[in-house]
Design a protein around this ligand. Structure first.
Ligand SMILES: Nc1ncnc2c1ncn2[C@@H]1O[C@H](COP(=O)(O)OP(=O)(O)OP(=O)(O)O)[C@@H](O)[C@H]1O
Length: 332
């Protein structure tokens, strides 16, 4: 964890990447806005990032998941030139995060983990100041309006709720109208309603044309928001894919549950392909099997003229695959 005070120059205030080490060229991907190849980073003799490769495409919400201490913050801060890499190749918008930091500064926005502002700073002052420092490419009053902060214009930062602070951080991260935005654990500590509201804002950021890199501990958040997600474990990306494809890797049976209307019977479910078990408790039936079983069960019930209104399917979730991946149960 690192705590830092937000400043418009923060992502570039400690230029640090070592000169390139002659790493092989990154795979050409016409759509990529971030390319990382063979990144390594140690703190003292402790290796934290190990030969990490990553590619983020233009216009996507890219989720980075990983257990505590996996190296997520180190990775995103190194990509922004905030931390020293020991070796590796990093490009953001085809620029070097250190050498080209002045040019990148106007194109990258960031809300870093545990960002904070002076308690007494007013919302309007914060936006106006950051907008001016970013060259007034965005009208700060419009930003107030866009991010639903107009009524809080005279409120002090210290008096804002968690959700209001995050709303302000998003507005500040976008005050330079960036092409790429880094959001690190943006919804941590928010109640469910404020989290969902923040999700809508993140989608809005993407819909306005920015690429979003989202570091999160919440599986449901990544499943809901991310176009693609990477799981970082022990300093390496173990998998990188769409949430749906990641879930498809999960080991685990699918459960199909329904209630039979009075007087109706089914008998052949056990013999359907992929079905492992069928259990009945009163009028409730649960069929356990592979991914194809829900459709087969529904088709068989429909054939019998049985249309249970409460048919539900319980599938493995991203959380299941995350636990399996980070405990070594699923091959990357
Ligand atoms: N400045 C530092 N000096 C020494 N060790 C550090 C430093 N920053 C991070 N670390 C260590 O490096 C490892 C990775 O930290 P990092 O903050 O990148 O992980 P993370 O995946 O973001 O963790 P979390 O989910 O808990 O925020 C951790 O073991 C952490 O203690």
């Amino acid at each position: 964890m690192n705590t830092q005070t937000l400043s418009p120059t923060a992502p570039h205030s400690d230029p640090a990447l070592e000169p390139e080490t002659g790493a092989p060229p990154v795979d050409p991907d016409a759509d990529s806005v971030i390319e990382v190849r063979d990144l390594t980073k140690s703190y003292g003799d402790r290796s934290v990032i190990r030969n990490l490769d990553l590619c983020v495409r233009r216009g996507e919400i890219f989720g980075i998941l990983g257990p505590n201490g996996a190296g997520k913050t180190t990775t995103v801060e190194t990509i922004q030139g905030l931390r020293h890499a020991d070796s590796g190749h990093v490009r953001v918008l085809d620029l070097d995060p250190v050498r080209d930091r002045q040019r990148l500064r106007s194109q990258v926005g960031s809300q870093l983990q545990s960002s904070s502002l002076p308690e007494r700073l007013r919302v309007g002052e914060a936006l106006r100041t950051f907008a001016r420092l970013a060259g007034d490419v965005v009208d700060w009053r419009e930003a107030l309006e866009t991010w639903g902060l107009t009524h809080l214009r005279r409120s002090a930062f210290g008096g804002l709720s968690g959700g209001e602070k995050q709303r302000l951080f998003i507005a500040l991260a976008l005050i330079n109208n960036p092409q790429v935005v880094f959001l690190d654990e943006l919804t941590q500590g928010l109640d469910p309603a404020a989290r969902r509201e923040t999700w809508a804002l993140i989608r809005q950021v993407r819909d306005r044309g920015a690429t979003v890199v989202l570091v999160s501990h919440y599986m449901d958040e990544v499943e809901q928001l991310a176009d693609r997600a990477a799981v970082l474990h022990e300093g390496r990306i173990t998998v990188c894919d769409t949430p749906a494809n990641l879930v498809a890797r999960a080991d685990g049976d699918v459960r199909t549950r329904f209630t039979l209307p009075p007087g109706q019977q089914h008998s052949r479910l056990e013999s359907l392909p992929g079905v492992l078990t069928v259990s009945r408790e009163g009028t409730r039936t649960e069929v356990v099997g592979d991914r194809t079983t829900p459709v087969r069960v529904a088709a068989e019930l429909a054939r019998l003229g049985i249309l249970p209104e409460d048919l539900t399917v319980v599938r493995p979730t991203l959380e299941d695959v995350f636990v399996q991946l980070t405990s070594g149960e699923v091959a990357a």
